[in-house]
Design a protein around this ligand. Structure first.
Ligand code: NAP
Length: 259
């Protein structure tokens, strides 16, 4: 399927690895020019070069912390007029509800709520003026069903979800569609880190930790970044102009809900 976004300019935040990288790859495969962000210079350069070589599109790497105003300014300056925005950042650490301080909450809110909101505030006016735009926010399955030890994530992402629910309906008339993608467990560094924490806490092997998680996912495995990226690219396509303010769960059936 031609996604109709050849030559469109896309910002992919936090995209040198994992789910962000999957989104950048799928958008590049569809012909979009990419402004690719992450903090670490080496992994970012390697991913940008790889995507350019495989898909023949321009990839501009911007090494910056997207959770800071300076980082966002660097990304936005490099991008210019942007048609597609994929918001992402690292997830907050796991923990216990009684231990989290105000500082911990502010950090989580900055990364997983306020940074994507600031990026939308920066990009939406131009998209609306040009009459076309797509925004995908990478959130989490924890928006639909809380993950107790990820309370910082549950809290911050609920805030972003509320903002998107209202805002998506205010900008849709101008050809701009905002939606959220909710990953369940995917095979990325983040999943490795969470599995590693279980291995250390419970003295089990990595294979045992994974087998335990797979048992709770009806498809019996983690998702891949390619599967995730494909859905992101579709939401950014010309075909997705009637999809507005949705929260789309990609979790292999793990969240046991009816709708
Ligand atoms: P990942 O594999 O650890 O990759 C994270 C990417 O984001 C890396 O490219 C990293 O590069 C970049 N990054 C992190 N913090 C950044 C920052 N402040 N500014 C700019 N770039 C930053 O993570 P992932 O698994 O793809 O997860 C992506 C998001 O989805 C996270 O918020 C995570 O909580 C959420 N999620 C993931 C899963 C899953 O199973 N993977 C499930 C539910 C939710 P640098 O470190 O070099 O900056």
């Amino acid at each position: 399927m031609d996604l109709g976004i050849k030559g469109r300019r896309a910002i992919v935040c936090a995209g040198s690895k994992g789910l962000g990288r999957g989104c950048a790859e799928a958008l590049a495969e569809a012909g979009a020019e990419i402004v690719l962000n992450a903090r670490g210079v080496d992994a970012l350069a390697a991913t940008a070069n790889d995507i350019e070589a495989r898909f023949g599109v321009t990839v501009i790497p911007v090494a910056a912390d997207i959770t800071t105003p300076e980082g966002r300014a660097a990304v936005l300056d490099a991008a210019g007029d942007v048609d597609i925005l994929v918001n992402n950042a690292g997830g907050p650490p796991p923990g216990v509800w009684s231990d989290w301080t105000r500082e911990d909450f502010i950090k989580a809110l900055d990364a997983n709520m306020l940074a994507p909101i600031a990026m939308m505030q920066a990009c939406l006016p131009g998209m609306m003026a040009r009459g076309w735009g797509r925004v995908v926010n990478i959130t989490s399955q924890s928006v639909r069903a809380p993950i107790a030890q990820l309370g910082l994530s549950n809290s911050a992402r609920a805030g972003l979800t509320g903002f998107v629910a209202g805002t998506a309906r205010q900008v849709a008339h101008a050809g701009v569609c905002i939606n959220n993608l909710l990953p369940g467990l995917h095979a990325t560094d983040r999943a490795d880190a969470l599995d590693g924490a279980v291995v250390r806490a419970e003295g089990i092997t990595l294979d045992e930790a994974r087998a335990r998680r797979f048992a709770n996912i009806p498809v019996g495995r983690y998702g891949t970044r390619a599967e995730f990226g494909a859905m992101c690219a579709f939401l950014c396509s010309t075909h997705a102009g009637f999809i507005v303010g949705q929260n789309i769960l990609l979790d292999g059936g793990a969240t046991n809900i009816t709708i």
